[in-house]
Design a protein around this ligand. Structure first.
Ligand SMILES: O=P(O)(O)OC[C@@H](O)[C@@H](O)c1c[nH]c2ccccc12
Length: 258
């Protein structure tokens, strides 16, 4: 399948950004005194986990909110009962920042996800340095060896990984690496197409003991509830919340509906 040109550009930018950081010696050493985080245990303990996302823009929709403020959004998510917060740190297409992550870290003890395109261990060090508890690893964009290396390094630093898959082949790859939590992205990152039923199709292929999160295109309390009923352990919701007139109210309705 042909790769979408936006994804191609994101990957090129990431590649150069990482090289530049390394050349400048801009290594971030973990300094946050965070306890070791076990995402699988957390999801199993919680009834159902809504991961609310802080996302300033998307490559397809551009800016999502005129008065975007990551701290205000985080505050409303926390008040509304989010069980975890995802912060997109990719700068060029999502207008994210590692600084948003650090700014939210000082507000809350909730688990925080650094959401980015991760290809290099240095990005996992950054995630920890800026206060994340878990990182996103995208199986569809990584070889078996790279996924295994990055997953192992994540664990070594005391963080957890949400390993995202879209295609069945890449699900197999993630399972053979032995990852302990899977996210099924309804969006195909290579074509950027969204199929809201996609997660349901892949769920039966995942062993029972592995918690699964449904990602992308989820926008109503009814959808969240249906996913819970089908056996998902959580959902990741971005656009619908960020674009909502009252993100806290919408999230609260979702929490109450479960
Ligand atoms: O905004 P949505 O449709 O609610 O989706 C959130 C999340 O799933 C999406 O931001 C996402 C999932 N995987 C990604 C990988 C990179 C960038 C973004 C993503």
């Amino acid at each position: 399948m042909k790769m979408h040109k936006i994804l191609k550009r994101i990957l090129e930018e990431k590649f150069y950004e990482i090289i530049k950081r390394k050349q400048k010696g801009l290594y971030f050493r973990p300094f946050w005194d965070r306890p070791i985080f076990d995402l699988k245990a957390y999801l199993e303990k919680e009834n159902f986990t809504i991961i609310a996302e802080i996302k300033r823009a998307s490559p397809l929709k551009g800016s999502l909110r005129a008065d975007f403020n990551p701290v205000k959004l985080a505050e409303s998510y926390i008040k509304a009962g989010a069980k975890a917060i995802s912060i997109i740190t990719e700068e060029f297409f999502f207008y994210g920042s590692l600084e948003y992550l650090a700014a939210v870290r000082v507000l809350t003890n909730l688990p925080l996800l650094r959401k980015d395109f991760i290809f290099d261990p240095i990005q996992i060090e950054e995630a920890k340095a800026f206060g994340a508890d878990f990182v996103l690893l995208i199986a569809d964009l990584l070889s078996f060896e790279d996924l295994r290396e990055l997953y192992g390094y994540t664990k070594k630093l005391g963080l957890s990984a949400l390993t995202e898959v879209h295609s069945e082949d890449n699900l197999e790859k993630a399972l053979s690496v032995g990852v302990d939590v899977i996210g099924i992205n309804n969006r195909n990152l290579k074509t950027l197409e969204l199929d809201p039923d996609h997660a349901y199709k892949l769920l039966p292929l995942i062993p029972k003991g592995t918690p699964v999160i449904a990602e992308s295109g989820i926008s109503t309390p009814e959808e969240a509830k249906a996913l819970k009923k089908a056996g998902f352990k959580g959902v990741l919701i971005g656009t619908a919340l960020v674009k909502s007139e009252n993100p806290g109210l919408l999230l609260n309705k979702m929490v109450e509906a479960l």
